[in-house]
Design a protein around this ligand. Structure first.
Ligand code: NAP
Length: 533
């Protein structure tokens, strides 16, 4: 049972990878800390995203905590890429092993977080409780606030309606059902092949096609597991300073444009056959920067789509027009192959837009569809959605939603000026979603832990990002991002998927290793860029 004391040292919001580790870490200095969690269990994104085919696109050996050698030695991952149920099992194991549940309040949604200047404390209000804390750690996730479907007639639909990002806990049976799915991002790319295997008919409504690399998922052999276990320290240390927080892949510092065409194709083929989006993108550094280099990799993937998909019109519709990697690259199992099935059809909603949802299904300009099940795989209000869903008020009654009305502003993606003693784990302005999230989370949690320990050690009560440093960091983010092709398309990285959201490139694109060095330097200089009192 969670302690009844409502006056705390630290309140952590969210019990995903970030919140669980933060709670565990804070116990080292005996602080009175709790987690407040909306769900009925731990797991964050892996608690909510239970859609068919949900699987991580970073390899299991990399997508796991490094902080406990005992944990990494005792846990055996079954597959190269873990599915949602295995990751959730792992996080439940972590919660039990480190006895974390006794300090987690489940089924409790934080509505507001308000700074009290007189007492230098935060008041955290849920639907039923009010807590007082000195520090507030937002471990609310980057892709945790779903974009609620907003289609005309939605309430009329009489069949089963699901959203990939908040999938029910019971099994959904697609047998003999007519199913419609809207969206073709990562969640849809993973679920479409699995649903198509069961459903009588699957209609896929596509607005923009996505690049996807085969995952070539497979069970991990005993020797692969023991090899990883013997080399964990090397893998983890390497991951800490790479561009994407991944230590185990085939990252190469070289440019595609420096090599002859034959060699490039051979190399891209090799990487396509190994599989995995991170392995494919780690081949050449200029693909994400130079349009000419990018076109070579993009054309290669489009040629693969043409090879796989039998119908040339469908193959063409499935071939993205943007540069590759501009939107988050997907990793799939039989995604393009699924469009060769007789029970699957692709509807290009640019050519034939959805007019409305109906009692029976939906209507486009040209056709009527009947569905038993309708699925929205329409994505998230990324990076800022979860934070702004809480009414956060800082100094001088400043609201976070007002401060961020023209896009998120933060120093290092970890602290926000006018919001003292509040930290964001993998917040906008940090590399987060452009890296292996677990490595990014561990780095932030350890940095926040060191910072809080420093404040207690030096009898300081208050830390706040300095506005000037925050502005300089924001300019730096913009400058770095604008040199990449990711800056150019309408992705959730820039908020373009949410109508009305200000277009700002939100994550830090300068590479995880460099970012870590910057954070270490700030800390070792007694927190340069922070006002401490
Ligand atoms: P997403 O990438 O944002 O994809 C949403 C899809 O829905 C897009 O195809 C989008 O089209 C479409 N869409 C959105 N609103 C629409 C509308 N009103 N009408 C028609 N189509 C609409 O979302 P996601 O697939 O959930 O993935 C989000 C991120 O979560 C991924 O990029 C990844 O970082 C993470 N994720 C990771 C994994 C993994 O580890 N394997 C799995 C799932 C998700 P447009 O592209 O035209 O906007």
């Amino acid at each position: 049972m969670v302690t009844k004391s409502k006056k705390l040292d630290v309140i952590i919001i969210g019990s995903g990878f970030a919140g669980l580790y933060m709670l565990h870490k804070l116990r080292e200095i005996n602080l009175n800390a709790i987690i407040i969690e909306k769900g009925s269990g731990v797991g964050g994104t892996w608690f909510w995203n239970r859609y068919p085919g949900a699987r991580c696109d970073i390899e299991s050996i990399e997508y796991s905590y490094s902080f406990s050698d005992e944990l990494q030695q005792e846990w055996n991952w079954s597959n190269r890429y873990s599915d949602q149920s295995e990751i959730l099992k792992y996080l439940n194991h972590v919660a039990d092993k480190f006895d974390l549940r006794k300090n987690i309040i489940f089924n409790s949604t934080v509505l507001s977080s308000t700074y009290q200047e007189k007492t230098n404390e935060w008041i955290i209000d849920t639907e039923s409780d009010s807590f007082v804390t000195k520090f507030c750690v937002m471990a609310t996730g980057t892709l945790s606030s779903i974009k609620e479907p907003n289609f005309e007639g939605l309430e009329d639909f009489q069949g089963e309606l699901y959203i990939t990002g908040k999938w029910p806990h019971h099994r959904v049976d697609f047998t003999n059902k007519k199913v419609g799915i809207i969206g073709t991002g990562s969640s849809a790319v993973q679920s479409i092949p699995v649903i198509a295997n069961e459903a009588k008919k699957l209609s896929v409504f596509q607005r923009s096609p996505n690049y996807s690399i085969p995952a070539h998922n497979k069970p991990l052999s005993r020797s692969e597991i023991s090899n990883a276990k013997s080399n964990y320290s090397e893998i983890r240390n390497k991951a800490k300073y790479t561009r994407a927080g991944i230590g185990y892949n085939q990252f190469q510092e070289r440019k595609i444009l420096d090599f002859p065409k034959d060699y490039i194709i051979e190399e891209l083929n090799k990487r396509w056959n190994i599989g995995g989006q991170e392995i494919f993108t780690a081949g050449f550094t200029d693909v994400g920067i130079e349009p000419e280099a990018n076109k070579i990799a993009a054309d290669f993937v489009k040629s693969k789509i043409k090879e796989i998909v039998n119908d040339p019109i469908t193959a063409d519709l499935l071939s993205p027009k943007d540069s590759i990697g501009c939107k988050r690259l997907c990793a799939d199992t039989n995604y393009f192959e699924t469009f060769n099935r007789k029970n699957v059809e692709l509807i290009d909603i640019n050519n034939d837009p959805i007019k409305s949802i109906t009692k029976e299904g939906l209507v486009t300009n040209k056709r009527d569809f009947d569905f038993d099940i309708l699925i929205f795989a329409t994505g998230f209000d990324a990076m800022t959605g979860a934070l702004l869903s809480i009414d956060i008020t800082g100094k001088n009654n400043k609201k976070l939603k007002d401060k961020w009305k023209n896009g998120p502003r933060s120093y290092l993606g970890i602290s926000i000026s006018d919001f003292p003693n509040l930290f964001t784990v993998t917040g906008p302005g940090s590399p987060s979603v452009l890296t292996n999230m677990i490595v990014a989370i561990e780095q932030h949690v350890e940095w926040i832990f060191d910072c809080i320990s420093f404040l207690y050690r030096s009898n300081k009560n208050n830390i706040e990002a300095n506005l000037e440093f925050e502005n300089t960091w924001m300019d730096h983010i913009e400058e770095v991002a604008s040199n990449t092709l990711r800056y150019t398309c309408n992705s959730w990285y820039v908020g373009a998927n949410v109508p009305g959201k200000k277009r700002v490139f939100m994550p830090y694109a300068g590479g995880f290793g460099k970012y870590r060095e910057k954070c270490d330097e700030v800390a070792s200089n007694s927190y340069t860029g922070f006002d401490i009192s």
